[in-house]
Design a protein around this ligand. Sequence first.
Ligand SMILES: Cc1cc2nc3c(=O)[nH]c(=O)nc-3n(C[C@H](O)[C@H](O)[C@H](O)COP(=O)(O)OP(=O)(O)OC[C@H]3O[C@@H](n4cnc5c(N)ncnc54)[C@H](O)[C@@H]3O)c2cc1C
Ligand code: SF4
Length: 521
Amino acid sequence: MSARYDVAIIGTGAGGGTLAYALAPTGKRILVLERGDYVPREKDNWDTRAVNLEGKYNTKETWRDRDGNELHPHTNYWVGGNTKFYGAALFRLRREDFGEIKHWGGVSPAWPIAYKDLEPYYTRAEQLYHVHGRRGVDPTDPPASAPYPHPPVSHEPRIQQLADDWARLGCRPFHVPLGVMLDEANPRTSPCIRCATCDGHPCLVYAKSDAQVVCVDRALEHSNVTLLTGAYVKRLDTSPSGREVTQIVVERNGVTETYAADVVVVACGAINSAALLLRSASASHRRGLANGSDVVGRHYMGHVNSVLMALSKCPNPTVFQKTLALNDFYFGSKEWEYPMGHISFVGKLDGDTLRAGAPAIAPGWTLELMARHSLDFWLTSEDLPDPENRVTLDREGKIVLSYRPNNEESHRRLTERLKSLMKQQTRCSVHGHECHEGLFARNLFLGQRIPLAGVAHQNGTIRFGRDPKTSALDVNCKAHELDNLYVVDGSFFPSSAAVNPALTIVANALRVGDLLKERLR
Ligand SMILES: Cc1cc2nc3c(=O)[nH]c(=O)nc-3n(C[C@H](O)[C@H](O)[C@H](O)COP(=O)(O)OP(=O)(O)OC[C@H]3O[C@@H](n4cnc5c(N)ncnc54)[C@H](O)[C@@H]3O)c2cc1C
Ligand code: SF4
């Protein structure tokens, strides 16, 4: 089968789904190709055993690490991509993240665009993805042209207590900007019910601002948009000159099909997009499509992340935990001049989720008890783009992910700062006398670094830039070497910053959407 479209978009996550939404009203014939299907709506969506322990919705695909060992990536192939499972913490990068920043482990390079170039798109992205937050509390907040479209999601008592403690210690804690459709003023009609199974889970009631719900479904209301699910894009073929993609080769229902479009946009996620370009090597693109620079697949970043559980004698009854964050150490401190990163929370852990990560069990505790008594922090530090941290293919075409973490000292310092803050908490006043003895003196911290398979924040593998020798994409995210190939997922990042990536991917997709609308006129 061969059919021709004005635009083909490959992938429906934060980048591809958003672009489909942006281009749908143009009336152009748009083909959206997605290897996955819709996440089935079923009770297991909110079952931590099914989701975290059994990995029901994770891909069963295996990759390899640099030593050839099998890797089971924690990634998801569905309509909406990884946003179906994300925690919906939707941060703008800091204004400074767009410039060069000196880190303990090296240099975080400048982006070819400035914060002000992306700012209007961040504002649109926040409106589209229903972001709830309050500006100006986070000391690193970049300037914004509009308030958040919705008020911040309130803290539950234990989290509020911690926020008050941090403020008393001179820090400036703030509410995480969240893309959930929660209306706290009208709980009876609020789409979001503020449940415990948000981060890492699909939303059973479609109240999370994921790319399927807020973008793909709405794009499909336009008759000029066609979505093919179960459509795995195997390779992209070019004209003999190599200047344009002429054929998209798709495997669907066990059959090979081909499609063509005037403009082809790759948005498979940073690892799969790089793999697709590498698979598409040809006589005119010997090292892989758009890869004359040899950067495709290189500079893989995914953040230095860890989950840190602060256990106390006092239980933590919080249901929706991911409301509080701290950026006071984002750019460093008086004692340590280098950036350290961002402190926030994961969704409330339970025994099944802990079992999946197999942490060390604190003496005298069971996993269930630990989960009931823990505050579960998520720490993020920037990892720096290293050309040897990269995606390649092995002889069978399987993805190989080679990664050595860097900038780790900053992460260690960030962890120490959090420990020190936790030791200085006041006595718990919520849970009575029982709490006040052991809460701080006997706090027990169990740190767990996220392993290589945790590719949630993948980015950087097809960087954009002004110099075709050091980047694969130009400033408009069009391949330097091709006239009709664009990439709009997390691949384009030249540096990873230390906040969650999705809002930047969405904002950039809206920016590229505007450029494409001009081009398609
Ligand atoms: C558990 C979890 C929690 C997270 N929490 C947050 C958070 O709170 N905040 C935040 O900012 N980010 C978070 N993230 C990260 C966020 O989800 C990603 O940054 C974002 O989804 C990346 O968007 P993308 O467009 O680059 O790729 P994806 O969203 O991964 O989309 C890529 C799409 O391409 C499809 N695809 C891949 N290969 C092919 C192919 N060959 N042919 C056809 N289709 C293909 C995939 O099926 C997928 O639908 C989280 C991620 C996870 C997994
Ligand atoms: S109901 Fe709200 S908290 Fe629960 S999964 Fe959906 S968006 Fe998240």
